[in-house]
Design a protein around this ligand. Structure first.
Ligand code: GLU
Length: 513
């Protein structure tokens, strides 16, 4: 019988979710949805020393912003809870006991100082089959002594007894069969009496089994943990429900930033976020930038991330979440790391902004207007929407709309020096005066009819088309760029157009003198 697809995203709340973690969550989600399966969000908070307040909320908020839906989790509930590991202590304790009773694990009392001394004495020391018999553990002590030490409150850990020299096969849907010899593994600590908590190794594996996880989809950095996954499933007698492994390629530094894993430093240096949302570090107060606050659309971030380590097989680049769900496959995931191309991220955002309808873009623009001292309520929705429509091909971020469209809202009070030099001639003020008269005479101020009148006048007078039109633009926009001139004047209206030409004649003359 085909197994129900159940996947889990299992972050540790130790800080803001890194963009690589978001990609892991996304791939889990795409695979779950494609197969009509379940997406679990499991909070792996067993390392009490690394817990960071706010990190769990951050994870939830980031996934919700991106539209990565969760079926089972702390907030969503479900039949396999609790979904937070710190609330599952009894379950782990029970499983530690099973291994101890079956002689597959043992209790070790070695103190950190003793382990340190051992390492100093043996440079390649590893706590394993070759050394465990020279250490202080339940394998080497009479049962009474072990009991007495525990009764005294002596701190101990439980270690997994790894059988040496066995070839362990890990089947990975991207990497194929990976064989690892058990002798390279140490006797992993599974549980610590000090905080009565399991380690990541035990909790992660017990939960994968109990939550009936069918596929473990995670970053490549977890590949070394996979053999232990197999050995523990075997020790518990669960091998027939062993999940399929999928280890995703690393996210690498962008082109030109050297070799290795993408880091927060790369982002700081090159000016792009490595976190989905802005993060305020509760301890240091440091603020790290986020994609959301930088003005990225969630759809663009999802599309961009999906293609970091996977391709559609054809040349399609722009894909909605539904298309990604339909097309996603591990066969098209790469084994080698994916270079983080942040410029491509901006390109995706540009493409998604172009595809957004103008009315919703206008809504996104309103707070930007307000931040720049323009009260959006002073303008009609139709006006704001039209300004957005006229300039959106020039932007990658909503915040850039201001730079491109501000002249629709406020008259320029400075004029580009280089444009003045090039276009403002001695006879320009007189011609601009004349232009005011021409404009006053236009009865239908819509773009096309105004254009016909003004261009007709320039031609008839034999004026230099480029100079006159650019001088005109300079007075209205403040520089010689922007959308079609008569689309601008139609929108700001005749009165405002004339007022701006007048102001230009005065101020540009001043600037010239
Ligand atoms: N808690 C681990 C992490 O922080 C989970 C690794 C896994 O998915 O097995 O990424």
């Amino acid at each position: 019988m085909e197994r129900r697809v159940r996947v889990r995203f299992a972050p540790s709340p130790t800080g803001p979710l890194h963009i690589g973690g978001v990609r892991t969550a996304l791939y889990n989600y795409l695979f779950a949805r494609q197969n009509g399966g379940d997406m679990i969000l499991r909070i792996e908070d067993t390392d009490s020393t690394r817990f960071v307040p706010g990190a769990e909320d951050y994870i939830n908020e980031a996934l919700a912003w991106l539209g990565i839906g969760i079926d089972e989790g702390v907030r969503e509930g479900g039949n396999y809870g609790p979904y937070k590991q710190s609330e599952r202590r009894d379950i782990y304790r029970e499983h530690v006991d099973i291994l101890l009773k079956a002689d597959k694990a043992y209790i070790a009392f070695d103190t950190p100082e003793e382990l340190e001394a051992k390492r100093a004495e043996m440079p390649n020391f590893q706590y394993d089959a070759s050394t465990r018999l020279s250490m202080r553990n339940s394998l080497m002590m009479p049962a009474d002594e072990v009991k007495a030490l525990i009764a005294d409150g002596t701190k101990y850990v439980v270690r997994f007894k790894v059988e040496p020299n066995r070839n362990i096969e890990v089947n990975d849907l991207i990497r194929g069969k990976v064989t690892i010899n058990s002798s390279i593994l140490d006797d992993k600590v599974l549980y610590k009496s000090a905080d009565d908590l399991p380690t990541y190794h035990l909790a992660n594996i017990v939960d994968d089994h109990l939550m009936e996880v069918s596929h473990v989809i995670r970053g490549e950095e977890w590949l070394p943990s996979a053999p232990l996954h197999v050995l523990l499933y075997e020790a518990f007698g669960w091998l027939d429900t062993m999940p399929q492994f999928v280890h995703l390629p690393l996210l690498l530094k962008p082109e030109g930033a050297g070799k290795g894993k993408l880091s927060k430093r790369d982002g700081d240096k090159l000016g792009f976020p490595v976190f989905p949302l802005e993060w305020h570090d509760p301890k240091s107060g440091e603020i790290s930038s986020g994609y959301r606050e930088k003005g990225y659309l969630p759809e663009a971030v999802v599309n961009f991330l999906a293609l970091l380590g996977w391709n559609s097989g054809d040349d399609t680049e722009i894909m909605s979440m539904d298309e990604l769900i339909a097309k996603f496959s591990f066969e098209h995931c790469s084994k080698s790391g994916a270079k983080f191309d942040y410029k491509k991220g901006a390109w995706f955002n540009h493409e998604y902004l172009l595809r957004k309808d103008d009315a919703s873009l206008a809504e996104l623009f309103k707070p930007v207007l307000a931040a720049n001292g323009v009260n959006p309520a002073d303008f009609s929705d139709a006006f704001i929407t039209r300004t957005v429509e006229l300039v959106k091909s020039r932007i990658s971020f909503v915040s850039e709309l201001w730079e491109q469209a501000k002249f629709f809202y406020v008259a320029p009070d400075s004029y580009a020096e280089k444009d003045i030099k090039k276009r403002w001639k001695e006879d320009t003020p007189a011609i601009m005066e004349e232009l005011i008269g021409v404009i006053e005479s236009i009865s239908d101020f819509a773009s096309k009819p105004s254009e016909d009148v003004v261009l007709g006048w320039i031609t008839e007078k034999g004026y230099h088309m480029g100079n006159v039109m650019n001088a005109f633009r300079l007075t209205v926009v403040g520089e010689c760029k922007g959308p079609h001139m008569f689309d601008i004047t139609e929108l700001i209206g005749k009165e405002e157009t004339i007022a701006r030409i007048r102001k230009g004649i005065e101020q540009i003359k001043l600037a010239d003198a």
